[in-house]
Design a binder for this molecule. Structure first.
Ligand code: NAP
Length: 328
């Protein structure tokens, strides 16, 4: 039985990845932040909380990480733990940079010293690329980074650390450069989750309006349960490398909102309000990627249109909200 470590197991991707690895007969060890209330709602919703081993650890403490590696002897280590919100990173730049980079250094150095056979996956982000002229899109793996947020900068640093440990120390590491991917398990403050939940609540008569910041941004949104499959595939390669994982489809936030409301037989303009406090200091206007390398080399399949994605997200959110009601 293969053993996989997942840091950030309580988050969106951690929960879906744990479910996928359990199906593949892995023993899954999930790492939880030290000294925080345990929030296992996503693992509970997927019905897997009792099937994974949960372990408290401070990922900034090298001795703890080394001990954990020595005790678990993992085949694969998926590092998904991060302060993952661009918006939050502008309010907490120092904490974001410190955790998102130093924890990765601690994990890589601990693997090098204690468990060099362990394969390591780093959750990199499209936010590392920053603003690119529209004529240079779609983004490919070869593009240079020019991040425009503390989050993007922290992810770029962690990305290069991971590449450096592969090149300099010959560890088996890889980075998945993921574009925005969504599901009912996204934390509530992320914009797509907020839009879908609000639209359902408006439809049910429980909410009157939806406040958003800049809706002209164009993004490449994908479906999280399919994106975790790409993470696993990346870790099975003989020659570890870094891949863009994205839908490849540019969609404006404004049209995403329209599609969600239309799916619920609502007219979005009647409910949409602009909240200037939600505008960012610096915003990426348009960003989308090219997933052809991942599809060709990893055999990863992703064929959802934006319409398919909206359909799945609305259906999933309704299911999740019904489950939440039952749990109360
Ligand atoms: P998420 O739902 O926000 O989950 C983040 C996880 O990190 C949570 O389990 C969280 O634990 C944990 N974490 C946060 N601070 C921590 C700390 N100080 N110590 C230990 N654990 C900590 O994020 P996600 O959407 O699953 O994303 C997974 C990874 O992919 C993240 O690294 C993210 O930056 C990256 N990524 C995500 C996307 C996307 O669109 N979702 C795109 C590109 C890259 P708590 O719940 O206890 O806070």
């Amino acid at each position: 039985m293969k053993v996989a470590i997942i840091s950030g197991i309580t988050g969106q991707d951690g929960a879906y990845l744990a479910a996928l690895l359990l199906k593949k007969d892995y023993q899954v060890v999930g790492l939880l932040p030290d000294g925080r209330l345990l929030d296992t709602v996503r693992l509970d919703y997927l019905g897997i909380k009792d099937k994974v081993i949960l372990r408290r650890i401070d990922l900034l403490e090298e001795t703890q990480v080394k001990r954990m590696l020595a005790e678990t002897n993992p085949d694969e280590f998926y590092n998904l733990a991060a302060i993952s919100s661009v918006g939050v990173s502008f309010n907490l730049p120092l904490i974001t940079f410190d955790f998102n980079t130093r924890s990765v250094m601690v994990m890589l150095e601990s693997i090098r010293q204690v468990s060099p056979r362990t394969r390591f996956y780093q959750a990199s982000s499209s936010e590392m690329f920053g603003s690119l002229g529209i004529s240079s899109l779609p983004i490919k793996e070869s593009f240079l980074f020019h991040p425009v947020s503390p989050y993007g900068i922290s992810k770029a640093s962690a990305h290069w650390l991971t590449v450096n440990y592969r090149e300099a120390y010959k560890l088996q590491t890889c980075c998945g450069i993921l574009f925005n991917h969504e599901s009912a398990l996204r934390p509530a403050h992320f914009v797509i989750k907020k839009i879908i939940r609000s639209a359902i609540q408006i439809k049910n008569g429980d909410q009157k309006e939806l406040s958003l910041g800049n809706v002209s941004v164009v993004r490449d949104w994908g479906y999280a349960p399919l994106f975790v499959e790409a993470m696993w595939r990346m870790m099975q390669q003989d020659d570890m490398a870094d891949y863009l994982i994205c839908s490849g489809i540019p969609t404006s936030l404004r049209s995403f909102v329209d599609m969600v409301f239309k799916k619920l037989d609502l007219e979005s303009s009647e409910f949409l309000k602009t909240d200037t406090s939600l505008l960012r200091k610096l915003e990426l206007e348009t960003i989308y990627g090219d997933n052809s390398l991942a599809k060709a080399r990893l055999g990863w399949e992703y064929n959802l249109t934006t319409d398919d994605l909206v359909h799945r997200l609305v259906e999933d959110e309704i299911d999740f909200m019904n489950w939440e009601k039952k749990m109360k």
